[in-house]
Design a protein around this ligand. Structure first.
Ligand code: CU
Ligand code: ZN
Length: 175
């Protein structure tokens, strides 16, 4: 049923993990005719400012955020910005929390997908404590992680497909 009229869609509810007050909801939608995948939603409980926002390789969160592995990078490219062609597929840049710790998420991206060989299904979506420098910060970690600091709010953040719905387990819960 993947790719049928209306596109692929789903929702992820982000619950607070043991060590994180982060919570919220993300909606996924992929329009087959354009290939764009949208990620929309709101995340609360963040420190004000920018937070790195990526797809990591593994949906395995048995060891919390640490078992999600590195950024999803099937083309073996350097870390970059969402608008760079030369980037990790998982590089979604930053989300920005306001003074109340609320981030309105709107990502529209051509490299992530809910179907096919570069699908984000079975992987994890991770929010970081610090800004992603988009590969441009000159730090030794800029070209691998964007130097985005600790991983927060990703406990159990596996993304999976149930029919046309994309859902996430653990802190990303069924709805
Ligand atoms: Cu990350
Ligand atoms: Zn990256």
């Amino acid at each position: 049923m993947a790719g049928k009229a209306g596109g692929l869609k789903g929702v992820a509810l982000i619950g607070g993990g043991a060590n994180s007050p982060v919570s919220g909801a993300l909606h996924f939608f992929q329009e087959p005719s354009t290939g764009y995948t949208e990620v929309r939603g709101k995340i609360t409980g963040l420190a004000p400012g920018m937070h790195g926002f990526h797809i990591h390789v593994f949906g395995d969160t048995t060891n919390g955020c640490n078992s999600t592995g590195p950024h999803f990078n099937p083309h073996s490219r350097p870390h970059g910005a969402p608008f760079d062609e030369d980037r990790h597929v998982g590089d979604l840049g930053n989300i920005v929390a306001n003074k109340d710790g609320v981030a309105e998420v709107f990502v529209r991206d051509l490299q992530i997908s809910l179907i096919g060989p570069h699908s984000i299904l079975g992987r994890a979506i991770v929010v970081h404590a610090d800004p992603d420098d988009l590969g441009r910060g000159g730090h030794e970690l800029s070209k691998s992680t964007g130097n985005a600091g600790a991983r927060i709010g990703c406990d159990g953040a596996e993304i999976w497909n149930d029919g046309n719905d994309v859902r996430c387990s653990g802190s990303f819960q069924d709805y």
